[in-house]
Design a protein around this ligand. Structure first.
Ligand code: MF3
Ligand code: CO
Length: 275
């Protein structure tokens, strides 16, 4: 049996926007605080403080027993890294993934940054993952089926290689998801082309679009902590994510401060924020 998709009313999307803006605030605080010499546990505290100030709840803390407010994944860690006493270092590739719940409605977003003196190939890894995410979000605005996401991500990866950079690989073991009154809902949002086209895009859908790319293999393994996902070959990885609403008027990137206006305008897409 197919699981049911939760179609949101405009009022529900408005509450999700409030959650999305809390997530955006956490990202801003993390970006400002992240630096060589800082521990990942200190950055988890930064996230908790923003959540507390906003009166929002973390959807990560306690999720299947997850012990923190943010996933912080460094270098060969792809996703679900647990904050702790690790000290961040110059040149580290650091992915931050976190969410917030406001009045029962969820936001979820991730970004990657390279600290200090960066390897140009690491910068290219993060930048292409970011571009793949925005291309996929722009593709959602065109309608059709959910497979437009995987096509856009694969096209961005192909363009990256065609431009002469070392090739990147699309992780398939973890995918994006529907989001709303729970953090993870149907449908799955694949970052690669698959045989099945997937569900038709409809107003009221809210989707977390979250490509993960690596500089090596797509194979991943989970560390003994039962959470941290690493590349099997130790290659570095990046992860970008936004929560996106499809409405009758168009699309709205709920976890982006500007609703996605700037990135989507450069892709000839106008956002449609609800008033
Ligand atoms: N944020 C992840 C996702 O993007 C889920 C993290 S689960 C947690 O879907 F338990 F680590 F919080
Ligand atoms: Co997610």
């Amino acid at each position: 049996m197919r699981e049911r998709i939760e179609y949101k009313t405009p009022d529900q999307v408005r509450v999700m926007r409030r959650a999305g803006l809390v997530v955006a605030d956490i990202h801003g605080a993390l970006r400002d605080a992240a630096a060589p010499g800082v521990t990942t546990a200190e950055l988890d505290d930064v996230a908790r403080e923003v959540l507390d100030r906003a009166g929002a709840r973390s959807n990560f803390l306690g999720y299947h027993g997850y012990p923190a407010h943010v996933c912080i994944s460094v270098n060969e860690e792809v996703v679900h890294g647990i904050p702790g006493d690790r000290v961040l270092a110059d040149g580290d590739v650091v992915s931050f993934d976190c969410g917030a719940v406001v009045d029962g409605w969820h936001g979820d977003a991730a970004f990657t940054m390279v600290l200090g003196a960066a390897d140009p190939q690491d910068l290219a890894l993060s930048e292409t993952t970011r571009r793949a995410m925005w291309d996929a979000i722009a593709a959602l605005a065109g309608g059709g089926r959910i497979d437009v996401v995987g096509a856009a991500v694969e096209d961005a990866v192909a363009a990256h290689a065609a431009a002469g950079y070392e090739p990147l690989a699309v992780v398939e073991d973890y995918v994006g998801h529907g989001i709303g009154s729970a953090m993870h809902q149907p449908p799955d949002v694949l970052n690669y082309r698959a045989a099945r086209r997937g569900v038709r895009l409809r107003p009221g859908m809210c989707l977390a679009v979250e490509p993960m790319l690596t500089r090596g293999t797509i194979e991943t393994t989970v560390l003994a902590d039962d959470w941290t996902v690493v590349t099997a070959d130790g290659a570095r990885a990046a992860h970008w994510e936004h929560t996106v609403a499809l409405t009758d008027e168009g699309i709205w990137v709920l976890t982006a401060p500007d609703g996605g206006a700037a990135e989507l305008e450069s892709r000839n897409v106008l956002i449609a924020p609800l008033s």
